[in-house]
Design a protein around this ligand. Sequence first.
Ligand code: PRP
Ligand code: MG
Length: 212
Amino acid sequence: MSKLRIAVQKSGRLNEDSMQILKDIGISIDNGKDQLKASARNFPVEVFYLRNGDIPQYLKDGVVDAAIIGENVLIEKGNDLKFVERLGFSKCKVSIAVPKDSKDNSLKDLNGKKIATSYPETVKKFLKEQNIDAQLHIINGSVEIAPNIGLADGICDIVSSGSTLFKNGLKEIEVLLKSEAVLAVSPILNDEKQAILDTIQFRIQSVLKGRD
Ligand code: PRP
Ligand code: MG
């Protein structure tokens, strides 16, 4: 009998809530954190612990069947990938921010300027739609430091509590999108796996209703 392979974030903000929702829907996993793969004891499911940014490609290739992932990552790297359920946790925004004493106060002020980001595709698409011509500088983390070290005029990154912006003396000037954790699916699912997914989705819906 086939098992549904579900990817979750290995470590980071989504990990704990992802494992909790699996637990809440009755999927118990013996969690050796160093193990990158674990089978559920009581359900035809295998959990893969992966890096966030790698998950969309695994879904596209059908290496995993489903994933609990931030919508923002799916938008950045997932192009045609679909999600079937919003999960209500890990809510955040993807926003553009500039130094708080900057004269740049709106998006159009960033014309001809430099923006540091880990979300190049999202930013590119947005700037194009808004007819803004800015240069992107791609970095993988600690993006908020970029303006302070003269690397860029502004940044585009995730804002959750807003604490990182605040601590780095930045002000938000534009929200590109709002995001939360979602249940995403691979386009390559056989009937047997689809049936397991349907059961999981149904259980998730019940759990989420109960949380309201
Ligand atoms: C993430 C994100 C923001 C910050 C937002 O960074 O890139 O910098 O969290 O959260 P906040 O609004 O609650 O401060 P993370 O700490 O994961 O580190 P990284 O950017 O170096 O990956
Ligand atoms: Mg960061």
